[in-house]
Design a protein. Structure first.
Length: 477
């Protein structure tokens, strides 16, 4: 049935519910103090609307829960693995299918094999854990987003594309032998969840083949990207999303996936490729650190849930609803003069904190300050994508600001309703009334890697000169 009505309804009905975490403002203030103004440290039961991530937070379907009940928990050769392998192979067309417990495990294994000192990994944009795993191997990570990606107010259909001209210039300067792989993140999570066009993927494939560089997809949100291609790219409007997804995978030599996103699973991932040599080394590392090659750190029931979810996510009624939900949130925020990245991506909305709070300097972490105020005002948890997440350190340990200050509102799949979204908009509208009173933050304690996960902060006026001197000394040690 073709859906021609103006209202796009959820293509599912709710069968099970859980209570939300209602709190009072004074309680939330104490919670923030105890959490050192790091939203990762807040207990989930104290969150009303949790938009921290869309990873592992989906509502699984009745079919997935049924699959969990019949999962084969055999240590080796479980039937659930072969169900999983067949689904992933049919989806991607790749021969070597390796399960892992989540996406960052796939990253660690891949870059342990092909990374190392003197190597350079290029991408449209690495996300935080991808970059961290590249650098942990001794290699360097380089991003080549298109110019319009940082013009958050400008509409462009495929802001997730890689800048081919800049990438080729870099390849020529550094030499292709130092570049073991090109990673295309679809959709581009770091820069607003923006999609990559099929044309750009094909041109990237041609560029990589020219210089004999393998091309891998970071495909956690491949179905959303495929649906954007169907919506926005000439020649794809009548093509089934399943075929578009396969064409995307055909452009690459392999893929990594966190199945906690577009497979609706609460845990799991995979590496898929055609390179038998790399696959053999990957399986050796898998057995050493994750588990045997037919379970990869997962229970059989998880493999069943992933296999079912990879089919469900390609339902075009679901994808239409998913993309429209993000558009609804973005449009509602814009009507209330809340600046967001346009057009909105598939898995969430990114609020431009630098534009919303221009009085807060980058080194006072405006995106984190906005995320903190969002929780204080309404019990809503988002995540900072700015200097805490992507800022670099100089030799003295001081932060060099990132070129963006965003608050990501990641929408869990099949979890919240329109009234929840309307509440989020209402809270932002209240914040807008007092935004000039919002103050920045400063670091009390910060680890050198993936700082944003465990950093301790305080309001900028909470520490005197002595406190700032102590912090500078800690960062220098």
């Amino acid at each position: 049935m073709q859906w021609n009505w103006k209202t796009i309804i959820e293509p599912f009905k709710i069968k099970s519910v859980e209570p939300l975490g209602f709190t009072e403002r004074e309680e939330r203030l104490k919670i923030l103090e105890q959490a050192h103004y790091n939203l990762f440290n807040i207990k989930a039961e104290k969150i009303l609307i949790d938009l921290l991530t869309d990873s592992g937070t989906s509502a699984m379907s009745a079919r997935q829960w049924g699959g969990i009940m019949v999962g084969d928990e055999s240590y080796a050769g479980a039937s659930s693995y072969y169900n999983f392998e067949n689904v992933v192979s049919d989806l991607t067309g790749y021969k070597e299918i390796i399960p892992v417990h989540q996406g960052r495990a796939a990253e660690r294994i891949l870059f342990s094999i092909i990374g190392g000192k003197g190597k350079r990994v290029i991408s449209n944009s690495h996300f935080d854990t991808t970059r961290a795993n590249v650098e942990a191997s001794g290699a360097e990570a380089f991003d080549f987003p298109v110019k319009e990606a940082f013009d958050f107010d400008r509409y462009a259909p495929f802001k997730g594309n890689i800048n081919l001209e800049a990438a080729e210039k870099f390849i020529k300067e550094k030499g292709s032998r130092s570049i073991p792989v090109c990673i295309m993140t679809v959709t581009n999570n770091s820069l607003g969840g923006q999609p990559v066009s099929m044309e750009n993927l094909k041109q990237t494939r041609n560029l990589c083949r020219k210089y004999r560089i393998p091309l891998f997809l970071d495909c956690a949100r491949f179905a959303e990207n495929a649906y954007f291609i169907k919506m926005r790219e000439k020649g794809y409007s009548t093509m089934p999303v399943t075929e578009i997804a396969r064409e995307m995978f055909d452009c690459a030599d392999g893929a990594m996936m966190s199945c906690k996103k577009d497979a609706f699973a609460n845990i799991g991932g995979f590496i898929a490729m055609n390179n038998a040599g790399w696959a053999q080394k990957a399986r050796q590392l898998l057995i050493l650190t994750e588990g045997f090659q037919t379970y990869g750190g997962l229970a059989g029931r998880d493999l069943e849930a992933i296999a079912i979810g990879l089919g469900e996510v390609l339902d075009e009624k679901y994808l239409q609803y998913r993309i429209r939900a993000a558009q609804y949130l973005a449009n509602s925020l814009l009507k209330n003069r809340i600046p967001v990245v346009v057009p909105p991506g598939g898995h969430g909305v990114y609020v431009n904190a630098k534009k919303f709070l221009p009085h807060i300097k980058s080194l006072q972490f405006p995106a984190q300050a906005l995320a903190v105020e969002l929780y204080l005002e309404g019990g809503i948890r988002g995540v900072e994508i700015g200097t805490l997440m992507f800022g670099k350190r100089d030799s003295a340990g001081n932060f060099i600001p990132a070129n963006m200050e965003l608050v990501r509102l990641a929408i869990p799949r099949r979890v919240y309703t329109q009234s929840h979204v309307d509440y989020v908009v209402e809270v932002f509208a209240e914040l807008a009334k007092r935004k000039k009173s919002i103050k920045g933050l400063e670091i009390v304690e910060a680890p050198p890697v993936l700082t944003h996960f465990t950093v301790k902060l305080r309001p900028i006026n909470a520490a005197g000169v002595g406190g700032r001197r102590k912090l500078k000394a800690e960062l220098s040690d």
